[in-house]
Structure formats: structure tokens, C-alpha cells
Design a protein around this ligand. Structure first.
Ligand SMILES: CC(C)(COP(=O)(O)OP(=O)(O)OC[C@H]1O[C@@H](n2cnc3c(N)ncnc32)[C@H](O)[C@@H]1OP(=O)(O)O)[C@@H](O)C(=O)NCCC(=O)NCCS
Length: 366
């Protein structure tokens, strides 16, 4: 089976930045992490694994893990507030909230509705979407459509994940990969300050649904012998991650390359004119392989997965906020965001970098 062939059209803004397809603006990016750091050596204490295996196969050295008192809502609210404050936009001006999480603590009410109340937003639209690790990009694409059609003026797209409550801590093949965190995008109309959304490419291939998903946690795995407190947190919806690592690896490297090429082609630039790729931070070998296929120097990929692991749909705003705050995005740069994940789903987006505000919630970072 030849999985994950992109099919649909790539949406692109009018080159002039005006007309009927002007392209909305990403006004701000916000991010928030739990304070607790868990290193690979910490995992060696209760899992049959090693720092060397994890670092060499994935590039991950440590991840953040939520304390029992932290919730998905509290992480999401911190990232959203950071984005709003950075942009100088009041919560009362947000008329749509879209949340993405693959590690929800409830099926309903949605995280978005609870966040709306938490932030004090008026009674606009609020809903969750499920596109696994591609959720933030799907959310941005929806924000673009809602604003362009006049249904919204300011959209908050918030991706929040607590995978430490979704992994089976006795399964070394998945437990070492993930981390907790949240990121947020504030999107406004074409007249707003920020980075222009220039092109969008979304896709899914449900024939690959079996490659990455969840299973009910077997009773014998509900307590990890010798594990620290966080391994005993109640499981998200009582389920744990299951994955065919090799299949996911093959899909991810291929789709990452294809989405970058499709987006470049849609706007009529050479792939080499893309200044920076902010990919889903799954694992550094996936990013290195894709960079090699694209003939991009690896430095063109923004990465922070060594310090925070794979934070699923939160990973792109988390990486972009950190990189942009470090000065790695310059006015006029073409920045390519690319996500891929369970479903199988994927999504990419080109930004023409402008005055996007960056808000990093340092609150819980020691
Ligand atoms: C998960 C991944 C790193 C595994 O790498 P791999 O080279 O394919 O490794 P394998 O699964 O073949 O396992 C190789 C060996 O390492 C072992 N192993 C697996 N996890 C281990 C760990 N954490 N520590 C030590 N050994 C481990 C396996 O048991 C296996 O041992 P065996 O040869 O005795 O059977 C790799 O498949 C991958 O990166 N996949 C994509 C995962 C991903 O990014 N998912 C999220 C996408 S959103």
C-alpha cells in the first residue's frame, strides 16, 4: 500500500497580499511548559533503556512532565494568555477558540469551551479538533478560512498536550519519546500586524490509521514498578499510545519532504528559498532524513526536541516561539510549518514572516 500521497489542492493567498484571498496574519505565538524536567537518565531508573539509545535514535535528552496538580486546561491557558499579552489583544476580542489535543482529559465539554470560560472570552465559537500531531496546522488552516469568510475576526488556536498521562510507562518503545507542553497562535485579519499566511496544504490517509493510536491500558501496566509519581497519574481516558515506529518513520520522512515541495511549488519559489522549516518535533532522525532528501542543511530546521521531546500538536508553536524569540526569524523570511501524525494526517503552511509577537510563559520554568 502506498500510503500518504497528497491529493487536494494547495490553497494560496493572492501574491499582492490583497484581493479576494489576502491571507490572514499570525499575530502572536505563545508557549508554556511544565517545570518538571525528566532526563533520559531519570528514565533509566525504572525502564530498561539508556541515555545513549534514546539520544542516538531520537535526539531527545530530556522532556517536561506535568505535576499531578497541573491540568491540560492550565497549560493551555498559560500558552493562550502568553500569546494574547504579547499581541496586546484582549481576551474579549477573541471570537473563536480552536483547541487541539491528543491527550484530552475528557471527551466533552471541549477543552476550547473550558478555555473560553477560563480566559473570559465572550460567547463566540469554541470547539476542539482532532488531527493528532497535525492539529495546530489544521487549526491555523481553519482560522484562515473563518477569518477570510468573515465568520471570525480573531481566532485563538491552542494546542495542549499531557502525553505523560497517555503513555504506558512500562513500554520503553513509546514512553521515552513524548513530553508535555502547550502552544498557541493568535490569528487576525489581513490588516493585522503579523506574519502573512501565504499557502496551506492539508491531507489525511485513513488507511494508515493502524500505525499510531491508543489502546486500553492492560491492568498489569497500571502501576509502573519503581516508577516516580508522574507514572501513576490517571491515564488520559484510560488509554495508552501504541505505535508501529518503523511505519511512522517511513511515512513521516516522506510526507515532510512532499509537503515542503508542494508548498514551494504552489507559490512559485524554489524549495531552497524557504528560510526555515519548523517541523513537528517527532524525532531528530526523521528531520535529518527529510532535510537530506530536500538537500537542506539541517540548520535550516528549527529544533528544540532535544530538551522537550515530542509534544505532539503543541510541538510546532513551542519550537517556533523559542526560535523566533532567539532571533531566528527575520522580516520577509519564508517560514514553512509542517506537521504529520496519527490518522495518518499531515499539514503544512507557508508564512511570510512579519511582526509576529512572541510570548513565552516563563512562569513555571525554573
Ligand atoms: C521509535 C524508533 C526510535 C525506534 O527505532 P528503531 O531503530 O526502529 O528501533 P526498533 O523499534 O527496531 O527497535 C530496535 C531495538 O531497540 C529496542 N528498543 C526499543 N525502544 C528502546 C528503548 N527506549 N531503549 C532501549 N532499547 C529500545 C527494541 O526492543 C529493539 O530491540 P531488539 O532488537 O532486541 O528487538 C523509530 O522507529 C522512530 O523514530 N519511529 C518514529 C517514531 C515517532 O516519531 N513517532 C511519533 C510520530 S508523531
Amino acid at each position: 500500500m502506498n500510503l500518504a500521497e497528497p491529493m487536494g489542492p494547495v490553497w494560496r493567498a493572492d501574491a499582492s497580499g490583497s484581493g479576494t484571498n489576502p491571507g490572514c496574519r499570525v499575530m502572536a505565538v505563545g508557549s508554556a511548559l511544565p517545570a518538571k524536567r525528566v532526563t533520559n537518565s531519570d528514565l533509566e531508573q525504572f525502564l530498561d533503556t539508556s541515555d545513549d539509545w534514546i539520544a542516538s535514535r531520537t535526539g531527545i535528552r530530556e522532556r517536561r512532565v506535568a505535576d499531578p496538580g497541573e491540568t491540560l486546561l492550565s497549560l493551555a491557558a498559560r500558552a493562550a494568555t502568553a500569546a494574547l499579552s504579547a499581541a496586546g489583544v484582549e481576551a474579549s476580542e477573541v471570537d473563536t477558540i480552536i483547541c487541539s489535543s491528543s491527550s484530552p482529559d475528557d471527551t466533552f465539554p471541549s477543552l476550547a469551551c473550558r478555555l473560553q470560560a477560563e480566559l473570559g472570552c465572550p460567547h463566540g465559537t469554541a470547539f476542539d479538533l482532532q488531527a493528532a500531531c497535525s492539529g495546530a496546522i489544521y487549526g491555523l488552516a481553519l482560522a484562515q478560512s473563518l477569518i477570510q469568510t468573515g465568520m471570525s475576526r480573531h481566532v485563538l488556536v491552542v494546542a495542549a498536550e499531557i502525553f505523560s498521562r497517555l503513555v504506558d510507562w512500562s513500554d520503553r518503545s513509546t514512553a521515552v519519546l513524548f513530553g508535555d507542553g502547550a502552544g498557541a497562535f493568535l490569528v487576525g485579519g489581513p490588516d493585522s500586524p503579523g506574519s502573512q499566511i501565504v499557502a496551506v496544504d492539508l491531507g489525511a490517509d485513513g488507511r494508515g490509521a493502524g500505525a499510531l493510536g491508543t489502546l486500553e491500558l492492560p491492568i498489569e501496566h497500571r502501576v509502573t514498578p519503581g516508577g516516580p509519581e508522574y507514572t501513576a497519574s490517571p491515564r488520559s481516558l484510560g488509554r495508552v499510545v501504541t505505535m508501529n515506529g518503523r511505519e511512522v518513520f517511513r511515512f513521516s520522512t516522506k510526507i515532510l519532504e512532499q509537503v515542503v515541495l508542494r508548498l514551494a511549488d504552489a507559490v512559485g519559489v524554489e524549495p531552497g528559498q524557504i528560510s526555515t522549516v519548523v517541523s513537528h518535533q517527532a524525532n531528530s532522525r526523521i528531520l535529518e532524513t527529510a532535510a537530506g532528501r530536500l538537500k537542506f542543511p539541517f540548520e535550516r530546521f528549527m529544533t528544540n526536541l532535544d530538551m522537550i521531546g515530542n509534544t505532539s500538536s503543541a510541538s510546532i508553536p513551542l519550537a517556533l516561539a523559542e526560535g523566533a524569540a532567539a532571533g531566528d526569524c527575520v522580516e520577509g523570511d519564508l517560514i514553512c510549518l509542517v506537521a504529520f501524525g496519527a490518522g495518518l494526517t499531515w499539514g503544512g503552511l507557508l508564512l511570510s514572516w512579519g511582526s509576529t509577537a512572541i510570548g513565552i510563559d516563563q512562569g513555571a520554568v525554573p
